[in-house]
Design a binder for this molecule. Structure first.
Ligand SMILES: [Ca+2]
Length: 193
């Protein structure tokens, strides 16, 4: 099992019960190294992805509230050293009390690859999937952790997909969702210059 699978397993396990909702420092550390998925056509691809929209939350894992509205917007480079890199997500809380937001401050690691199961048409970039993790502000408080996986499956964006996981600075799970876009679009771009 590679580090990505360990991370995803820990994240999924975290959604299964309150006792497992805290992300351990070890789990955060295990996410710090990226490995290419074994079925990637090409990996460590240069470029960037932009976009955003509203995510289908039919299968949201946290908060476990049907109808939760999750919107996001981003510009991310496949190389964390290339700027700018930004990611923001907003969602409503349990029982629709208040609104929550995460704003990326530090992009720790990012990886772009070509998933053989995704065929963007027309192909605007040599990759279709970006995963990354980093730290930022959750409701204004720095030190929150973000994991994301974003795909571009062509246009319109209804087949594009986003996985977004947010832990607050105390390691408490605040958002865990995977879904296709109800509105919006993800667009992969080839490297320029
Ligand atoms: Ca798209």
């Amino acid at each position: 099992m590679n580090t990505r699978n360990i991370l995803l397993t820990s994240l999924l396990a975290g959604a299964l019960g309150l006792a497992a909702l805290t992300l351990s420092p070890l789990a955060i550390k295990s996410a710090s190294a990226h490995e290419c998925p074994p079925d990637a056509v090409s990996c460590f691809v240069e470029g960037r992805m932009t976009g955003g929209g509203r995510i289908d939350t039919s299968n949201i894992r946290w908060p476990p509230v049907p109808g939760t509205i999750v919107t996001h917007g981003f510009e991310l480079h496949c190389n964390a050293a290339e700027l700018p890199n930004g990611f923001q997500v907003n969602w409503n809380g349990i029982a629709d009390v208040g609104s929550n937001r995460f704003h990326l401050e530090t992009l720790e690691d990012v990886l772009c690859w070509d998933d053989p199961n995704i065929s963007p048409t027309p192909p605007n970039a040599p990759f279709d999937t970006l995963s990354a993790h980093g730290y930022g502000r959750y409701n204004g408080q720095s030190g929150a952790y973000l994991f994301i996986k974003l795909t571009d499956a062509g246009e319109p964006g209804r087949y594009d997909e986003a996985t977004i996981v947010v832990y607050d600075k105390f390691g408490i799970l605040q958002l865990d969702v995977t879904g296709k876009l109800k509105y919006g679009n993800h667009q992969a771009h080839k490297a320029t210059g």
